[in-house]
Write a protein that binds this ligand. Sequence first.
Ligand SMILES: [Zn+2]
Length: 352
Amino acid sequence: MKATVFERHGTAPALVVRDVPSPAPAADQIVLRLEWAAVNHLDLDIRNGVSGMAVCLPHTLGTEGTGTVFAVGSAVQRWRIGQRVGTYAFRTCRQCKNCLLGRQNMCLDVRTLGGQLPGTYAEHVVVREDQAVAVPEGLSLQDAIASYKYATAWEALVTTASLQPGELVLVTGAGGGVGVSAVILARHLGATVIAATGSDAKNERLLALGASHVVNYRAADLPAAVRALTGGAGVDLVLDVAAGDGLRNAIAATRPGGRIAVVGAHAGERVEVDMLDLFRRHISIHGCGRYTTDILQSVFQALARGLPPVPVHGVFALADAGLAHQVMEARDFFGRLLLYCGAGPVPGVGRF
Ligand SMILES: [Zn+2]
């Protein structure tokens, strides 16, 4: 089969198409014939050799993929050939304390697809049978792959922070993948959304996707702007994608008793916080990040029932994965970057 691999760590041109052996399933595994893969920042970190994950070279990237079941292992019960599925990125140990408590996203000994395991930048991928989620009738494989970031946003907003209809939500880094997804999802679930971004270029799109207000946190004092928009009260919930100094602004923009869900730390991993302010105002901060198969299934079902898919910025052939990485590195995009793993010409971007 064809796979896009890198044979040495380096810049985007390190990604090359190679013929590699097609995987065969072990007893508890399935092989997927992939139609789509998606590009994530993690892929760039792994390619650059700065992810902290040890990979075997040549390595195939890709944590997310959608396609059909192509082969099943001898002990597989839950899948049959031809079923449409999406990958679950994490191969858990199934025996640590968290796994036994049903918290598979907090497994203490996890392997990641496209990290320690060969990924989805390929025509086929092999996963353990519990690393797949059914794509329901009425949901296309393209919309499913485009919408994986909803699972991260869902874990933060719904599972961890218990978002309720009618609440006021601030999404920081709203122009990024998780941020855009959080804006659409929070609005879809009945919240009023304030989107914070670092530039005005994405304002109109964020408003069109459901944000009630957009604040440029570089041009305005974000807590003051949020107070002005909320009658001085602050928001009920913040989804913060980047930590750093922005986390202090998130705390200042939160009402007493409010919650903050943090899903990333690209803006700064160490933050000085005024604990007096935090506990006097009963504000809670939650770390989030990984979703579960149940959450991904909930996302797929919500999409089939009318949750709009996450916008797609561009689709690329497997052979052009390096170009997709360059687009992501340039940061000048809005929505997901997809790789077409199927046969024939690359389909169009669709409604976006
Ligand atoms: Zn575990």
